[in-house]
Design a protein around this ligand. Structure first.
Ligand code: FAD
Length: 396
């Protein structure tokens, strides 16, 4: 197996790296942390950053040219994300639009829908949120209760969503609602695009343990949505949603190892400076062993990611084994957070000021890591998928 990049791909990497050196504003570095998506002003800054990336041709790299992309290869798209993570630059803020809805529209949308929505996803002029989860429909998504009733050339939506990241700043959302309550659970669902400023939508931010309010409850009361905003066929939204979720768990999980590596390298540097039992934390054999365990996990993630990438390059659809990347990443992410707490001790909890290691990054990361095994599929659900669909074990 050859893991080398071609000369063309290496040249692309150098071009991207040089561009970032010249254009990444210093205050956007360590981006995902320093620039919280909970704060509207920060989100506006991140939208401007995506716009800058877009204008230089870096957004929608592997999207076809006719959809406003650059028609680049998947490998180049991965290199782009790797380089962003390496430079600790924030990724495009319109992630739901770019990574999830965009490919879904290309697969299931009409020409009119594609033309209407894709261009403003690329520029971040329209920011998207994902309204799938409900109070009684998370892992068991097909249990969703939000209703959509046809009224002429509109649908009227009523129900509640929860954990809707970015709903407080989003312009649009892709939502699932039940259009045929009499049909079997997976069959009576439709996939809607909602203008988040429609009358009847109330967004209530939820405060997280990080102190931020990045996700929300969304209440829908008689929200009118044009029938033209249904993606795919009415009552066949489950198939559309499966496309969306396949993209949520796959492409971006390939490169999550890079952010882990950057964070691990920073932790190693801190371990060399932190005193412990009269010596440096880095001299402690147990600490060294745990650091190496995280780095091995990171390397396995990288290689697993390349294996999934090979599948995609060969024209195969993302398979259930993409769940392995998400499962393993979340475990290594939490391992790293626990190790940081062990090395830095109480200092891990300091969020700002001279005593806060890495400008408070660890306080934030350690709390945020708790969410890693929940979002985009909990670990238990991913294990069920792997057991049933990869190993062929009996159904849950
Ligand atoms: C940071 C974050 C951001 C999110 N953003 C969004 C968003 O933007 N849009 C959106 O729609 N959703 C979002 N979510 C919601 C996320 O998809 C759900 O939290 C997730 O699917 C789990 O659903 P739940 O919280 O209802 O937990 P439940 O499904 O109620 O699960 C509770 C526990 O039971 C376990 N469990 C459930 N079923 C089984 C089973 N069959 N076998 C074994 N164990 C099981 C689970 O693993 C879990 O430990 C976000 C979540 C987080 C944490």
């Amino acid at each position: 197996m050859d893991f080398e990049f071609t000369p063309k791909e290496q040249a692309f990497r150098q071009e991207m790296r040089a561009w970032l050196r010249a254009h990444l504003p210093r205050d956007l570095q360590l981006g995902s942390f320093a620039f919280s998506r909970a704060d509207r002003e920060h989100v506006d800054r991140l939208r401007a950053w995506q716009r800058t990336l877009y204008e230089s041709g870096w957004v929608g790299l592997n999207w076809p040219v006719r959809y406003g992309g650059r028609g680049a290869s998947l490998v180049e798209q991965i290199i782009f994300y790797e380089e962003l993570a390496r430079a600790e630059a924030p990724p495009p803020v319109n992630r739901g639009g770019l990574s999830m809805l965009g490919p879904t529209l290309m697969a299931h949308g009409t020409e009119a829908q594609v033309q209407r929505f894709l261009p403003k996803i690329l520029t971040a002029e329209e920011l998207w949120c994902q309204g799938f989860s409900e109070p009684d429909a998370g892992s068991d998504l097909a249990n969703l209760q939000t209703r959509a009733v046809r009224d002429g050339d509109e649908f009227i939506l009523t129900g509640q969503k929860v954990w809707t990241s970015l709903a407080h700043v989003a312009d649009w959302g892709f939502f699932l609602a039940r259009t045929d309550p009499a049909a079997p659970r997976h069959k009576g669902i439709s996939f809607f695009l909602l203008d988040m400023r429609s009358p009847g939508i109330a967004v209530k931010p939820l405060r997280q343990m990080t102190g931020e309010s990045e996700f929300n409850e969304v209440f829908l009361e008689n929200v009118r949505v044009p029938a033209a905003n249904v993606i795919g066929e009415v009552n066949r939204g489950w198939e559309v949603a499966m496309t969306t979720l396949a993209y949520e768990r796959d492409l971006l999980t390939f490169i999550r190892n890079v952010s882990l590596r950057m964070a691990a390298e920073r932790l190693v540097a801190l371990a060399k400076k932190t005193t412990r039992n009269g010596g440096r934390a880095a001299d402690d054999a147990l600490v060294r062993q745990k650091i190496v365990s995280v780095l091995i996990g990171e390397k396995c993630l990288q290689l697993g990611g390349y294996r999934s990438l090979t599948r995609l390059i060969q024209g195969k659809a993302p398979g259930p084994e993409g769940s392995t990347s998400k499962l393993a990443w979340s475990q290594v992410d939490q391992e790293l957070a626990e190790l940081a707490a062990e090395i830095l001790g109480p200092a891990t909890q300091i969020t700002e000021g001279a005593w806060a290691p890495d400008e408070g990054q660890w306080a934030y990361n350690c709390l945020l890591a708790r969410a890693s095994t929940i979002r985009a599929g909990t670990s238990e659900i991913l294990k069920n998928i792997l057991g049933e669909r990869v190993l062929g074990l009996p159904k849950d």
